[in-house]
Design a protein around this ligand. Structure first.
Ligand SMILES: Cc1cc2nc3c(=O)[nH]c(=O)nc-3n(C[C@H](O)[C@H](O)[C@H](O)COP(=O)(O)O)c2cc1C
Length: 221
């Protein structure tokens, strides 16, 4: 698959079939993704791939926990600053509106919104997930390395006919994830990622992007 096609066809898919993802495909993708760049080549990503019975158990524990209204685990990093300056807060609000429009859910319908949110911890039906951890001693520059690695994984998944959804939502139940993957204490969970084959029956709204001149300044040339 052409790189442009991989970039354009990647989106956060929130409806997967239960078709298993072959382990050799995951190994091929994660081996190639290891070529992602990182400052001084320190490769700060620590990845746990969860499939099969452990994933079934994790989904059950996490969805039950959220459905029972249990509190989130205390935060280890700030997901979004409380006051996001224009245009970030506005973009986030637009994303929320589009998301609920795709689901046909009214803003005031908190129960339906909660049901939609809970799908996060069921991996939107996906049969595979990865969890990306970083050493607590590393800083913002190394967190950006994680982003490069994760996008590389997502593009390679497209080349394999697979889709994905990166999910910070998993950090809200990080202790439940830790029960299953048992990471060493020095690692902090950044996000999960659901991986699988898209269920074409699930409707979605493509998230629009800001125009080039809003985001990019060409100096010279
Ligand atoms: C680091 C990161 C965390 C995200 N966390 C979630 C999440 O918890 N749940 C979810 O449904 N989508 C999550 N997303 C997906 C974003 O909402 C999505 O990337 C954005 O709206 C752009 O849409 P697209 O990925 O479909 O192009 C996350 C994306 C990133 C990069």
């Amino acid at each position: 698959m052409d790189v442009y096609e991989a970039v354009k066809s990647r989106r956060s898919v929130r409806g997967f079939t239960d078709q298993p993802v072959p382990m050799e495909v995951l190994e091929r993708v994660l081996t190639a993704a290891g070529n992602a760049p990182s400052g001084s080549n320190i490769q700060p990503w620590n990845i746990y791939v969860v499939t099969g019975e452990p994933l079934v158990r994790l989904k059950k524990l996490a969805t039950e926990r959220v459905a029972n209204g249990e509190p989130w685990d205390e935060r280890e990093y700030v997901m979004y600053p409380p006051d996001m300056r224009f245009p970030y807060g506005e973009r986030r609000a637009a994303f929320g509106r589009d998301r609920y429009k795709a689901l046909g859910v009214e803003r005031a319908d908190t129960e339906a919104r909660m049901r939609a949110a809970i799908a996060n911890w069921d991996c939107f039906g996906a049969p595979a997930a990865l969890f990306c951890y970083i050493d607590r001693g590393l800083g913002p520059a190394q967190w950006s390395d994680l982003g490069m690695y994760l996008q590389t994984v997502m593009l390679l998944l497209r080349a394999e006919g697979l889709h994905s959804c990166p999910q910070m939502a998993w950090s809200q139940v990080r202790k439940t994830v830790a029960e299953i993957v048992q990471p060493p204490d020095e690692l902090m969970l950044f996000c999960g990622m659901s991986i699988g084959y898209e269920d074409p029956a699930v409707s979605f709204v493509r998230n629009e992007r800001a125009p080039l001149d809003e985001l990019v300044t060409f100096v010279g040339g």
